[in-house]
Design a protein around this ligand. Structure first.
Ligand code: C2E
Ligand code: MG
Ligand code: MG
Ligand code: MG
Length: 291
């Protein structure tokens, strides 16, 4: 049909393509401008000990405070930031904000808990990530034990040595390395072993299967024993119910994170976590709402 129509076909498709391209460029431009204007804010989600409910770390999760759309979640701009390379600048903003926040909590004399920062593969290739971390830590006088980074399995493969070298340099600074969304990618045991990962975060898809019969439990148990043999702690992501928490306690999973404990909250609500000390009561195994 295209041939029969000749030039007509071409004329027919071009406006649609360019319209899509214009939308794309508009969105990219908007993101670029948002980075310049610094329209981003970090929310924090606690990660707690499975048995005591004690706060172990706060995961920094970025949101875009869009002047018209309000709070925009990361799925709506991180993929574009990764494609366009803007993630390098955005990622730097995130690291700076997290370090500044740690310094502010310290000035408020709040208890010190590490902040866990999500890092995308492109940040390893194009940004000098270890130098950035060490600069931000020294500017704000933050100990490396207060910083953790989360990388997905896809970060470890394909990209090759650039990632490995930067990860080793970051690890040498004393920053903890976490594997994020474990089970959704293709990392092998050798990837996990070669780099000294401290903690494996098991994707919430596996947590969701925990109470649907023995298979889900058996699968989680296998991940736990593998991680423990490799010397890693395990975090279950996406814990939404008391039943899931019970099973994870029975399986000796080290730490938990999810809506059952708390949703991500703005920095202003974090002092409440510090005040509660235990985010759920070990005996009652339900979230403690009283401060
Ligand atoms: P992630 O690092 O795996 O973070 C966990 C996501 O799951 C968060 O979504 C969190 O709000 C959500 N979540 C936590 N507990 C539960 C639960 O019990 N049930 C359900 N259904 N969801 C839960 P969020 O904040 O929308 O972030 C989505 C993803 O965006 C993150 O996944 C991470 O990959 C990415 N991201 C967020 N902030 C940054 C950042 O600063 N840099 C980079 N590179 N990526 C980021
Ligand atoms: Mg994460
Ligand atoms: Mg995750
Ligand atoms: Mg993720």
């Amino acid at each position: 049909a295209a041939k029969a129509n000749g030039k007509g076909q071409y004329e027919f498709y071009r406006p649609q393509l360019s319209e899509r391209l214009v939308v794309r460029l508009d969105r990219e431009q908007a993101l670029r401008k948002a980075i310049e204007l610094d329209e981003f804010v970090l929310f924090y989600q606690p990660r707690v000990d499975t048995f005591t409910g004690e706060l172990r770390s706060l995961e920094a999760l970025v949101r875009w405070m869009h002047p018209e759309r309000g709070l925009v979640p990361p799925q709506e701009f991180i993929p574009m930031a990764e494609e366009t390379g803007l993630i390098v600048q955005l990622g730097e903003l995130v690291i700076r904000k997290a370090c500044a926040q740690l310094a502010q909590w310290r000035r408020q004399h709040l208890p010190v808990v590490p902040v866990s920062i999500n890092v995308s593969p492109r940040q390893f290739n194009e940004g000098n990530l270890s130098a950035l971390f060490s600069a931000c830590m020294s500017e704000q006088d933050i100990a490396p034990s207060l910083i953790e980074i989360e990388i997905t399995e896809s970060c470890m493969i394909g990209e090759g040595n650039a990632v490995n070298e930067e990860l080793s340099a970051i690890e040498a600074l004393g920053i903890k390395l976490l594997v994020d969304d474990f089970g959704t990618g293709y990392s092998s045991l050798s990837h996990l072993q070669r780099l000294d990962f401290d903690i494996l975060k098991v994707d919430r898809a596996f947590t969701a299967q925990l109470c649907n019969g023995k298979e889900g439990e058996a699968f989680f148990m296998a991940i736990l024993s593998m991680a423990h043999v490799l010397g890693m702690g395990v975090v279950a992501e996406g814990v939404e119910t008391a039943e899931q928490l019970h099973v994870l306690q029975a399986l000796s999973c080290n730490e938990v994170q999810g809506y059952f404990i708390s949703r991500p909250v703005p920095a202003s609500e974090v002092p409440d976590f510090f005040a509660r000390r235990y985010l759920f009561h070990a005996e009652h195994r339900s979230p403690l709402h009283a401060v």
